[in-house]
Design a protein around this ligand. Structure first.
Ligand SMILES: NC(=O)c1ccc[n+]([C@@H]2O[C@H](COP(=O)([O-])OP(=O)(O)OC[C@H]3O[C@@H](n4cnc5c(N)ncnc54)[C@H](OP(=O)(O)O)[C@@H]3O)[C@@H](O)[C@H]2O)c1
Length: 190
């Protein structure tokens, strides 16, 4: 993953799991991380370890559209561009469909689908209109095998990821080649 010119990565859901692991990997490789998360203090240990030239920690709840836009603005203010968006923030819900309240199911959709869609659309707009002309960018969606097959207790979780996969499949076809934007469609790997 080492690059001659360090890329700027914007990562959502950086507090734990895949998100934090990706932030650490980016930093280990000498690249630049814009680590976004709901509670920035969770990354105080990394902020103490890495200089501001390589790590910017930004508050972001992906269900808040204004915060999504503001995270990209902050990345541009500090680094001038964003090269890769790792669209990772999400929650798992393991519960039988009948036992799940509609409020809980809708809240999951707000994060895993609408939140990821909001980040995706801002990423594409930013790559095209805010990055240096022609630089483009890469949008990486974090989906799940649960999008491919339904098994008990994952009805709502699977639905959020299946919806995101279809959205991504379409978005990947709608970006024009001249924009130099790559949308990683997880379905293409399966
Ligand atoms: N683990 C697996 O086996 C697996 C398999 C396939 C796909 N995935 C997907 O991988 C992604 C990461 O999951 P993980 O396994 O690494 O779990 P995780 O450790 O629970 O990480 C989830 C991350 O998403 C964040 N998040 C949740 N709601 C958010 C919101 N509204 N706004 C911003 N961030 C929010 C969490 O932040 P807080 O700390 O603030 O809650 C956390 O940083 C998810 O999209 C998940 O669906 C996981």
């Amino acid at each position: 993953m080492a690059q001659s010119t360090p890329r700027v990565w914007l990562i959502t859901g950086s507090s734990s799991g895949f998100g934090r692991a990706m932030v650490e990997e980016v930093l280990r490789n000498g690249e630049i991380a814009v680590a976004t998360l709901r509670k920035p203090s969770v990354l105080d240990d990394l902020a103490d370890q890495y200089p501001r030239t390589h790590l910017l920690v930004v508050p972001l709840d992906v269900t808040n559209e204004a915060q999504v836009k503001s995270a990209f603005v902050k990345a541009k203010d500090v680094f001038g561009r964003v090269d890769v968006v790792y669209n990772n923030a999400g929650q798992v819900l393991l519960q039988e469909a009948e036992g799940t309240s509609m409020d809980r199911a809708r809240a999951l959709m707000d994060i895993n689908y609408w939140g990821a869609v909001t980040v995706s659309l801002e990423a594409v707009r930013f790559f095209r209109e805010e990055n240096p002309k022609g630089a483009g960018g890469l949008l990486m969606q974090v989906s799940s095998l649960c999008a491919m097959k339904g098994v008990p207790k994952i009805a709502f979780y699977s639905s959020t990821k299946a919806a995101l996969d279809l959205f991504t499949e379409v978005l990947a076809q709608e970006v024009l080649p001249a924009w130099n934007i790559k949308v990683h469609d997880p379905n293409s790997d399966r």
